[in-house]
Design a protein around this ligand. Structure first.
Ligand SMILES: Cc1cc2nc3c(=O)[nH]c(=O)nc-3n(C[C@H](O)[C@H](O)[C@H](O)COP(=O)(O)OP(=O)(O)OC[C@H]3O[C@@H](n4cnc5c(N)ncnc54)[C@H](O)[C@@H]3O)c2cc1C
Length: 409
């Protein structure tokens, strides 16, 4: 069967970059300049294609969706407008969670099963450096153990695509790539030129990523003991949950974050990104469209279902649900963020409790988060890169943003 994601390969064979093409030197100014998300493409010889594949130089959502899924998203269907092309969405958790995973470990288990079943020869995933748990080290894992040791988020910009440089001569013909939106946009753009027979893409939703330095500022302004944090997540109960190395959990309400300090922490690439839900992946596994404690799974095409089939017998699943109304909270949030208001902790906790009880849940929470980030990012692009507004903000994001009143640019 012709893999959907490889449609472009048969239509238009594109030569791989010449082997003399050289990755850019580390530390040089990359083509996207301040908007670079350090996805790693420029750290490989595939830098030869950067002008047409970098998510921050040229947005190409429609072409990417058509190439990967056979069609672009239906803008008249509100679920597709928000969550992208899909054939199925569900909530799930592993009956036997993987200890130390970000949530229950569905992503790592798919990686393990993909290798064990012979579906792929390697899994592109992100380990951690020996000296720092939050410094990402992308790798091509060949064994289940290597995939498992890459479990849990490294919540920092990760140069995943630098490992493309290792593909030629490696014997890897079938690859499962795990990654966030900016990495997957560039990967899809060069897919036809890769020395692969099969590519499966398992995406993570992603927003508000940071450099390693930015992460330090975030931890120091938010948590009691930054040095002992081993895991954190912005969760559906409107709190950030931190886990410390001694097993202790600490929660901080979103509304109590130090907005004046944090406004400048997020990477400019993330402040100009509209690919929150990872539009080009075959399968996306996140949490924000699920009720608290479960993961949210979006199957975009038959390849995505093939990946999910690897673990479906091990999952407890449920249909997605949606309740509440996000719109007033989003509108209030736009204004509060713009004024960089910082609330006293008692008030933040009180608002958090009310919103948790009465606020949006399930898919409506997902829409709340998308609306909040797209409006913030549209404003950021208008203010910092007005010359890019036309070409950079995709049609689906414009429709979403137009539903709200934005402050003056
Ligand atoms: C930076 C970041 C931001 C995210 N933001 C959201 C969000 O806003 N909403 C939402 O619903 N979900 C978000 N996710 C996804 C979510 O946090 C979980 O990663 C996902 O649900 C999978 O959980 P798991 O237990 O199955 O993963 P695990 O089995 O623990 O596996 C985690 C996987 O993440 C990969 N990974 C780790 N760090 C990175 C990185 N920096 N870049 C690329 N890949 C990486 C590893 O290779 C590993 O395979 C984000 C993920 C990341 C990495």
């Amino acid at each position: 069967m012709q893999p959907i994601g490889c449609a472009a390969v048969t239509r238009l064979p594109v030569p791989a970059p010449h082997e003399k093409a050289r990755p850019l030197a580390k530390g040089s100014v990359y083509p996207a300049k301040d908007l670079c998300s350090q996805c790693g493409l420029c750290d490989s010889r595939w830098v030869a294609y950067v002008k047409t594949s970098c998510a921050f130089l040229e947005q190409r959502f429609e072409a990417m969706e058509s190439g990967a899924h056979g069609r672009s998203r239906d803008l008249d269907n509100d679920d597709e407008l928000y969550f992208g092309v899909h054939q199925r969405m569900l909530m799930a958790r592993l009956r036997q969670p993987i200890e130390g995973a970000q949530w229950t470990g569905i992503v790592s288990r798919i990686g393990v099963r993909a290798l064990e079943s012979g579906l792929v020869d390697a899994v592109l995933c992100v380990g951690q450096s020996d000296s720092d748990r939050f410094t990402p080290v992308p790798r091509l894992a060949r064994t289940p153990e290597e995939v498992l040791s890459a479990r849990v988020n490294k919540p920092t910009l990760s140069p995943n695509l630098e490992v493309l440089e290792q593909l030629p001569g490696s014997g890897i013909k079938r690859l499962l790539a795990i990654g966030v939106g900016c990495q997957i946009q560039a990967l899809r753009a060069v897919q036809a030129t890769l020395p692969l027979e099969e590519l499966y893409v398992l995406g993570l939703p992603c927003v508000d990523n940071v450099s390693r330095k930015g992460l330090q500022t975030f931890l120091e302004s938010t948590v009691s003991s930054p040095a002992t944090v081993v895991h954190y997540e912005f969760m559906q109960d409107f709190r950030v949950h931190f886990r410390h190395s001694d097993g202790r959990t600490e929660t901080v309400p979103f509304f109590g974050l130090d907005t004046p300090k944090l406004k400048d922490v997020f990477a400019p690439s993330c402040l100009s990104c509209f690919d929150y839900t990872n539009a080009g992946a075959d399968l996306v596994v996140g949490y924000m469209g699920a009720t608290f404690g479960r993961q949210w799974v979006t199957v975009r095409n038959p390849r995505g279902q093939q990946l999910l089939d690897l673990v479906e017998p091990e999952l407890e699943t449920a249909p997605v649900t949606s309740s509440g109304d996000r719109r007033a909270a989003v509108q209030q949030g736009i204004e509060a963020y713009d004024k960089a208001l910082k609330l006293p902790l008692w008030l933040a906790r009180l608002i958090g409790l009310v919103v948790e009880r009465l606020g949006p849940k399930g898919l409506e929470y997902g829409r709340f988060s998308i609306d909040s980030h797209f409006t913030r990012n549209a404003l950021w692009v208008r203010r910092h890169h007005p010359e890019k507004v036309e070409a950079h903000i995709p049609a689906f994001a414009r429709t979403i943003v137009s539903r709200y009143r934005l402050p003056e640019a």
